[in-house]
Design a protein around this ligand. Sequence first.
Ligand code: NOJ
Length: 767
Amino acid sequence: MKRKISLNLSWVMLIVLQFTLLHNANAQQKEKMEDFVKSLMKKMTLEEKIAQLNTDQMPIVEPKIDASGTGGTPPVAFDFSMDPIERERKSQESAMKLRVPVPIMSGRDVIHGFETIFPIPLATACSWDLDMIEKSARIAASEASTSGISWTYSPMVDIARDPRWGRIAECAGEDPWWGSKIAAAMVHGYQGDDLSSPNTILACVKHFALYGGAEAGRDYSTVDMSAGTMFNIYLKPYEAAVKAGAESVMTSFNVVNSIPATGNKWLLDDILRKKWGFDGLIVTDYGSIREMMNHGVGSDLKDVALLALKAGVDIDMASKGFSPKILKALLDEGKITEAEIDQACCRILNAKYKLGLFDDPYRYLNKERMKNELLSEEHRSFARDLAARSCVLLKNSNQLLPLKKSGTIAVIGPLGNAKDDMLGCWAMSTNKETIVTVADGIKKVGGNNVTVLFAKGANATDDSYLLKYGKGRSFDFGNKKPQPKIAERSAEDLMEEAMEVAAKADVIVATLGELASWSGEASSRSDIIIPESQKNLLKALIATGKPVVLVLINGRPLTLTWEDANVNAILEAWQGGTEAGNAIADVLFGDYNPSGKITATFPRSVGQIPVYYNALNTGRPFNESDKYTSKYMDVPNDPLYPFGYGLSYTTFTYGDIKTNKSNLSGGETLEVFATITNTGNYSGEEVVQLYVGDPVASISRPVKELKNFKKIMLKPGETKTVSMSITIEDLKFYNADLKYDWEPGEFIISVGPNSRDLKQTKVVWVK
Ligand code: NOJ
């Protein structure tokens, strides 16, 4: 016994020693960095320091560096006719020729892959595979860092409860707990354990804050939110990313408590810097200093630049608010101090130092790595795996799926043979010829016994308004994005061809959804249906009487009430990236049994929005026999597919849940046990979800909140008991005084395959 205690003590001492050594080493490194940056700044003139505070994220063809171009990113680098490495080398060379050479830190929106494109973030969130999500960021960083990029404007960790908002594609969906896990994993994926490695890059958490709360889902529109929702839901993932060590944060376009985020001292200084201890750099979103004038909080650029600098912004992206002229004028008027400029400059130089750019400004240019890594077999095969795991099976009546690898399959629909539309938003640098279409994937995976036919069947839309505004960006960094074409052929002509092809098929795979340009920035929709032109095609295909599988390619949840009632099988494949077609085929043929679960609610109709699972209760919950309860007269309250929903080719049965204790106190840990059996015919993975409800508290609390999950693999007939823990950390929330704590009492513990179909038990937890 004694020996055991002394052994344990030696372990503890060893751990303390290791911790102290690490702490001291970090402190020494920090001191070294501070000394370096201090002595560098002593050599710099005011103008040279101000130049650091600017970045211009615009496609300017000629590499040119001037005094205002040595900041966060250079005003260069989007001439895609130039070799990317040479282009970046030229910029860096110019920066290193300046009077006081300061290397450029080149930033880019590397959002879901660089050259190897992964599914959109909303899709990867549905994989419930944190390791894979982190690895996707790791690969993106590794690929991007071969061609000079040392900073990515990612992860986007905004919470989105409104699928009309096009940028829901770029985030993890509606849940703060899952969103926080993903935020931390992505930061670690990009930055790794050692930021100075030549294949790790600076992460940038965005858009701080509440950007996803845009009213009516219209991008850039205003945000108006209670303090409770802000702190308990929306701010959580940003905080998690900061705590995970993110070195930079991007402000958002919107107002927070009526003050634009970019000039909001309370948000950037009191919360981000002081409360959360963030000491990295803050960059504005594109032009957001200038836009503060439109918000009505300043009459000229000088007014708003002052607000931004005072709030704690370090880098102005593209507003020209931190120009030498404006900042010097503010200095002359005594409104700002040189110390404030020094502080911002110092944070930027710290970031460059941490990246190792002062040791070797060309360290992120590597032809050899570029050749070996970009679109390598390994990266592509990982992308395929992740894309398959991001697919969500929404319906599968009569076990229509998986398909047999024989017979004739007709791929019909505007997205069946589309390349660029597989990528979704922000896939800037990739070569579209490398993308696998659905038809090609089915051909390849189906093998020689499958005949694959294709017909477009319909235009993605014939709606002139959507055609006009759904065109995508006016520039696309050299890589032309899909531009919806006005029908080259008439709807009748396309339909006739589709019917001829359908007549030859044993099974029809209808490939419908959205073009890539219909989601992402500035791409909101007021209705989230499959457009009429495509719906008409679907109706005609169903009318043939042949089995129809609907494969959806899209960047947001859609309203699928009609489809759910009329189609036997629906696979939500999202925009799956470079390997989309292969991954979809893997799932359709059952080489991979789908396990994805949606992380954003699919409403029945657009009128239900916002509809999300972690809502507060109402004083009049719906009651069939009482008219005066909360409801619509024309549609049920619940969504079509709830958060966490997704099917498999096999079936899982949940037994009653058990806990290690039903009465707990203080810091005890609750273990929740759930027994799951695979009652179907295929091996498959299941995402077992745990939710906690706090029915009586000092403020109204969400009916349930996701607090843990386990992803398990079960063979047919196999049973497993999973165990998931809950501690008081999971019970904490911000109360009416914004104090973060938990309140004792009864808690409802639920486990199940989604946020709706849950088994429950109760525990009592006292302080
Ligand atoms: C505006 C977008 O809101 C932001 O996400 C992006 O990082 C910047 N533009 C830079 O491209």
